[in-house]
Design a protein around this ligand. Structure first.
Ligand code: ZN
Ligand code: ZN
Length: 395
């Protein structure tokens, strides 16, 4: 069976997140949107974990669900930030961790507490190398899965520009033997990963990294898994065995770290600057400091071969975002939200509009035109850079 998963989100305890996020709302919104399997986010955080345990039932297969919303299963998940010294430099990188059940999570939490502050933020910051972290997670339980998060992003991606590793093997050491998948992140797509030969035996997953429970954030990237059974074990096995049916992707140029650049609030003049890697500009023409190098530049540095064209993925635009572009107003306006809900109710989840014909009420002619333009690639972005999202331009 095919199930749509989003295995990397955050709770309201992580920095920069919406304080409206709660378990019941997450379950409801995943159901409405059509996400079958979602990460809990921040499962190390004691207050969030308390809510998880209070509101969700844990089944014997390691999945959790809200009593009246059994279509949506939760997986215990957190992002961790690791901090370590390597090649006489301080390195920082983000990893997703998935747990087979709450007992294992408890054991691991106690172990990791001596490496950093687990309670400080939703995302623990731990003084431990990825090699040691990954190997110790595997020795706790072979079903704990560690996945390098948004691998090319400049500041916290394991292959990002700031870390300056030449390979995943160099970054992870022997830990690489227990890594089975990488996450694309919003500013990259599977072709960019497949241009790097070292990564070719790894599965590619895509997740939203959502900091909110709104419909244009949750599931903005997602992965369709082919499962035999709806269990934690089979979810992990499908990732490890590359039973990835396909991923739904942001177009990378929409991501916040695609091009090289400096965002406006770095400058007194409030002007921003961005350029493609082909321009080969290192210093900002406005302030003279080094530009934040984007994912595209980094991939050009790392790639071994031309990026393939035929990977199994599809670019999408969150429907609510598209509605707000077509009709004006924000993604939070009641008018846009109610149209969104009417459409996804009629299609049984948002992802079906990207799979099936959309010639039905309440999708208007204008919106249908916009969706078809996205499906056929008749659009472009003013690219994202240095923390600024790309801006969609319909053709
Ligand atoms: Zn992250
Ligand atoms: Zn600048």
């Amino acid at each position: 069976m095919k199930k749509i998963s989003d295995l990397h989100i955050h709770s309201r305890y992580s920095g920069g997140t919406s304080n409206l996020i709660n378990i019941q709302k997450l379950a409801q919104n995943c159901r409405i949107k059509g996400i079958d399997i979602v990460g809990t986010g921040d499962c190390f955080h004691p207050l969030w974990l308390k809510e998880i345990k209070l509101h969700l039932d844990e089944d014997s297969d390691g999945l959790f669900s809200f009593p009246s919303i059994s279509q949506v299963r939760f997986v215990l998940q957190s992002e961790v930030e690791l901090l370590w010294k390597q090649n006489s430099n301080l390195k920082k990188a983000h990893f997703i961790v998935l747990f087979p059940n709450s007992d294992k999570l408890k054991d691991v939490s106690e172990f990791l507490a001596s490496f950093g502050d687990m309670n400080k933020g939703g995302r623990p910051v731990l003084n431990i190398s990825p090699e040691k972290f990954i190997i110790s997670m595997n020795s706790f339980d072979k079903m704990i899965e560690v996945i390098p998060a948004h691998i090319f992003t400049p500041f916290y991606g394991i292959l990002g520009n700031r870390l300056q590793f030449e390979s995943l093997k160099e970054a992870l050491g022997e830990g690489i033997n227990f890594v089975h998948a990488v996450e694309t992140g919003l500013s990259a797509d599977p072709t960019m990963i497949r241009g790097i030969l070292e990564l070719n035996n790894l599965s590619i997953i895509s997740n939203s990294d959502s900091h909110s429970l709104y419909f244009h954030r949750l599931g903005r990237e997602a992965t369709i898994l082919d499962l035999n059974r709806l269990t934690y074990r089979d979810i992990i096995k499908s990732v490890r065995e590359n039973r990835i049916v396909k991923t739904y992707e942001f177009n990378p140029s929409e991501g916040k770290y695609y091009y090289d650049g400096h965002r406006s609030n770095r400058h007194r003049s409030n002007n921003s600057y961005f350029c493609s890697p082909k321009r080969n500009v290192i210093y900002c023409p406005i302030c003279g400091n080094t530009l934040t190098k984007g994912v595209l530049s980094r991939v050009y540095e790392l790639k071994d071969t031309e990026m393939p064209i035929n990977e199994n993925f599809q670019y999408i635009i969150p429907l609510l975002h598209l509605i707000s572009i077509v009709y004006g107003g924000s993604e939070y306006s009641n008018k846009n939200l109610s149209l969104y809900r009417n459409i996804v109710e009629a299609t049984n989840g948002e992802f079906n509009i990207w799979e099936n014909a959309i010639d039905f009420y309440p999708i208007s002619y204008e919106l249908r035109e916009a969706i078809n333009k996205i499906k056929s690639g008749n659009y472009w972005f003013i690219p994202g850079y240095d923390g600024v999202y790309g801006k969609l331009q319909l053709g």
